[in-house]
Design a protein around this ligand. Structure first.
Ligand code: HMG
Ligand code: MG
Length: 301
């Protein structure tokens, strides 16, 4: 199979990235980031999550962030909703897509959303039904598809099982997430192949954390299978609060640099993307966690 000529990127920085920041980031700064990302050409942005503020305090300003969005035509804004309570609050803010999030590992499901995999699907089912009835798109994030911080290696069969459950309740597309970044090209390919038992190639995206520096290699491995949807965080922000030691997603800057270098279109302006990453990194008082961003910023200086 030849690799795709175009890739669609969802920047998850405002949500997956910022959720792990210890000090509160003001809604205004989050909005500044979202607006710079859309200015850079991102067509999909994961804006926030409607989860318990006791569990993830950083996302407690979800209403304010959604209310402050200056929506750009053609951009899809998504939000995480773990249950009907989250969905009910989220739907009033008019997201384009809601994201239910499950895990291929039982232990991570319990740590992250306080229920078993089977229970999580029971909670997601009415959310998915309501969202589809309201005309919203529905995505399912599948965590720990390669490794789990509590259970170790995760078998492809567990990924296929979760993908089948997601399909069964009507989730339209799914993310194969390597939450703790332990995947390497062949293990990631096996997780994707397991997902392809239930979803078509156009409905599968790669969500690779770069904890062990494998995310670009894993992206290439996914491209080789024909995957053309990926998630990344501007400035390499992030990590998951329930996956100790896990660092951010692959940075959007590194991903775009690699894809453009391969002649793959993304619709993203790398210079403007670097500006977006510099904006949030300046606010956080550190350098972007992106080799490409640092190189380009050094070149500018
Ligand atoms: P729970 O405690 O089992 O929920 O939490 P509950 O239904 O028993 O309710 C307990 C309390 O939470 C109640 O409040 C509810 O009102 C409140 P109290 O009466 O005690 O004051 N509550 C909520 N509040 C706001 N929004 C809601 C909501 N639901 C209940 N939606 C729950 C279950 C899922 C809510 C909780 O475990 C939670 O919020 N977990 C946070 C999960 C999270 O955000 N994790 C990070 C995102 S996932 C991720 O990063 C991975 C991903 O990037 C892919 C990858 O890399 O793997 C997507
Ligand atoms: Mg993640």
């Amino acid at each position: 199979m030849s690799i795709p000529s175009r890739v669609q990127i969802i920047d998850v920085g405002p949500r997956d990235g910022l959720q792990n920041e210890k000090s509160p980031v003001p809604a205004e700064v989050k909005l500044g980031l979202v607006h710079r990302l859309q200015e850079a050409g991102l067509q999909e942005i994961e804006v926030t999550s409607f989860v318990s503020p006791k569990w993830v305090p950083q996302m407690a300003d979800n209403l304010e962030v959604m209310a402050g969005l200056e929506r750009k035509h053609g951009v899809r804004y998504s939000v995480l909703t773990p249950n009907l309570q989250g969905y009910t609050a989220a739907v009033k803010t008019h997201p384009d897509e809601i994201v239910v999030f499950g895990s291929a590992s039982e232990a991570f499901s319990r740590k992250n959303i306080n229920c078993s995999i089977a229970e999580s699907i029971e909670r997601f089912a009415p959310v998915v039904e309501a969202a589809l009835a309201a005309g919203l798109a529905v995505r399912g994030a599948m965590s720990c598809t390669v490794g789990c911080p509590y259970e170790g290696e995760v078998a492809p069969q567990q990924v296929a099982y979760l993908a089948g459950l997601m399909k069964g309740i009507g989730v339209q597309r799914v993310d194969v997430a390597d939450t703790i970044g332990v995947g390497t090209p062949r293990t990631v390919q096996r997780a994707i192949e397991a997902t392809l038992q239930h979803y078509g190639i156009d409905e599968v995206s790669g969500h690779f954390h770069d904890t062990y520096g494998q995310a670009l290699a894993n992206t290439l491995a996914a491209l080789e299978l024909g995957v053309w949807n990926f998630q990344s965080s501007v400035a390499g922000l992030g990590g998951c609060p329930y996956a100790k030691g896990a660092t951010g997603n692959v940075s959007t800057e590194d991903l775009v640099f690699m894809l453009h270098g391969m002649g793959i279109e993304t619709g993203i302006d790398l210079d403007k993307l670097v500006d977006a990453g510099a904006y949030i990194s300046d606010y956080l008082g550190r350098k972007p966690n992106s080799r490409v961003a640092v190189a380009l910023l050094n070149k500018r200086a």
